[in-house]
Each structure stands twice: as structure tokens, then as C-alpha cells.
Design a protein. Structure first.
Length: 88
């Protein structure tokens, strides 16, 4: 999937019939001038709103890169993950 619009369409479709539960642990945060990153361990479950079987939990590391905007707010500019089926 490429682009914000494609991501939004996919997420809205998923959330129409499911809820997402997640837990995370931040491993590291770094800031250098107007760039920052966050390395996080993430675990998610997608649960049908109508009940029934949930999808297999997924877990793994994520890396998010942020850039400080001219107004001082931080905005995510890249996000990558190595999430796979949860072995736990």
C-alpha cells in the first residue's frame, strides 16, 4: 500500500467491523535537531465487533521517524515495522 489515502481506506474498512487492541513498550527514543526516532516493541490483536474468532495476534519491532515542523509540532514522516505472527 502506498500513500495516505490508501492507508486510510484500508483502516476505515477494517474498523467498520473490528476493533484493534494493542500494547507496546518503547525501547529507545532519539532526537537530533529537527529529526527524531522511536523504536518500539508492539503487539496487536484485531477483534471482530460481532464476536467470533480474532485474527492471530501479531508482534514485533517498529521504527518511527519524526520531523519537527515550523510550528514546533512533531510529525511522523516514516514508519516501518517487522511485525509477524505472535509466537506467544
Amino acid at each position: 500500500m502506498k500513500g495516505r489515502a490508501a492507508f486510510e481506506r484500508g483502516l476505515r474498512g477494517l474498523l467498520a467491523g473490528h476493533r484493534v487492541e494493542s500494547t507496546h513498550e518503547v525501547r529507545e527514543i532519539g532526537i537530533d535537531g529537527d529529526l527524531a526516532y522511536s523504536w518500539t516493541d508492539l503487539r496487536i490483536r484485531v477483534v471482530p465487533r460481532a464476536g467470533g474468532d480474532e485474527s492471530a495476534p501479531r508482534s514485533g519491532s517498529t521504527l518511527s521517524v519524526l520531523r519537527r515542523q515550523v510550528d514546533g509540532r512533531w510529525r511522523m514522516v516514516r514508519d516501518a515495522n517487522l511485525m509477524g505472527a505472535d509466537a506467544a
